[in-house]
Write a protein of this length. Structure first.
Length: 337
């Protein structure tokens, strides 16, 4: 047994990478049997092998013995044992739902408590004005696809998707955060709430990991698909490119009803571009991208924000990876102070 090593500590709620091998001095390896805690692992029948093993839900913490026995076609056998210490990490409380009312316009929002954070579980709908032009410096407010909010169609788009803001509108003139220690910026949020910083978005991602909704592999890599799906809505997600008349698969080929374990409800409604994009589109990435402003300045410097995004085509939730110019129209999720 090459991996794990004897004495290793392993998380019962994470997949365990097991690597085994065998050498036959005469003939070849004909059979291999791996047991974990006395239970045979059916997928191992020969060596060498590498698997990711999921512990059963009723596995107890403490010492767990892994035994590998190999048999050669000449009849000789050999075995190896490794004992590891299994633990079950304490998990944060399950998501707790609630609601809040914005006193400025009477909008009522679903909320969700995730560990120490209380998030709006819907995009902000506050709309003091509506624009159809672009600015990097002056606040701009939009409704999805530039529908007029005074019409039935526009009002429904605002209700379902929230409003879109350029960065000056989101921050309401406040200077962006340049460090993780920067004081919260209320911006366009109701009193008692604020625009999340990049660090606070990272904390949300950490909740997903701590809750066991996404795992970190033995190589330290996060299961980004599971992380994204835990925050994504149960509706609207498809995989681009869009081909008229073709039936679109569900996100990464997995049923969308398994999305949104956090009740965060990330909707794939794209963003309003700073300029007319490919194919003459001003509104981009609808149905396969979700995104929100943070209060943190981007790595490209002044005039650029670090935004939070999620995609269906590469199945990722990214808190640090995108710089958006301030004139882009993007949604806002408010975080309680």
């Amino acid at each position: 047994i090459m991996e794990p090593v004897a004495g290793a500590s392993v998380d019962l709620d994470a997949k365990l990478k097991i690597v085994g091998t065998g050498v036959a001095t005469v003939g070849r390896i004909a059979k291999a049997v791996l047991t974990v805690g006395g239970v045979t692992v059916a997928e191992v029948t020969t060596a060498p092998f590498e698997i990711e093993y999921a512990f059963p839900a009723d596995q107890s913490a403490g010492e767990v013995k892994l035994t590998l026995t190999v048999e050669g076609d000449a009849g000789a056998t050999a075995s190896d044992e490794v004992t590891v210490t299994a633990f079950r990490q304490e998990r944060p409380a399950a998501p707790e739902t609630g609601s809040m009312t914005d006193p400025r316009d009477g909008n009522v929002y679903k909320t969700v408590t995730l560990a120490d954070q209380v998030w709006m579980a819907e995009n902000l709908r506050y709309l003091p004005a509506q624009h159809d032009d672009i600015s990097n410096d002056e606040p701009r407010y939009y409704v999805w696809d530039d529908y007029d909010a005074r019409t039935e169609l526009g009002a429904e788009a605002l209700r379902a998707y929230g409003a879109f803001y350029n960065w000056p509108a989101a921050l309401q003139g406040a200077a962006p955060a340049t460090t993780d220690e920067h004081a919260p910026i209320r911006g366009v949020c109701p009193e008692g709430w604020h625009i999340p910083s990049q660090a606070e978005w990272r904390q949300l991602a950490q909740y997903v990991l701590d809750a066991g909704l996404a795992a970190v592999g033995s190589d330290g890599a996060v299961d980004e698909t599971a992380l994204a799906k835990a925050l994504a809505s149960k509706e609207m997600w498809i995989i681009p490119p869009f081909i008229e008349g073709d039936e679109q698969p569900t996100w990464v080929g997995v049923e969308m009803e398994k999305n949104d374990a956090t009740l965060f409800n990330g909707l794939p409604i794209g963003f309003r571009s700073y300029s007319v994009g490919e194919g003459g589109q001003l509104w981009e990435h609808a149905c396969y991208s979700a995104g929100w402003w943070s209060s943190t300045q981007g790595t490209m410097g002044e005039g650029f924000a670090s935004v939070v995004r999620m995609w269906s085509d590469n199945q990722r939730f990214v808190t640090d990876g995108s710089n958006f110019i301030a004139g882009v129209g993007l949604t806002v999720r408010c975080l309680r102070d």
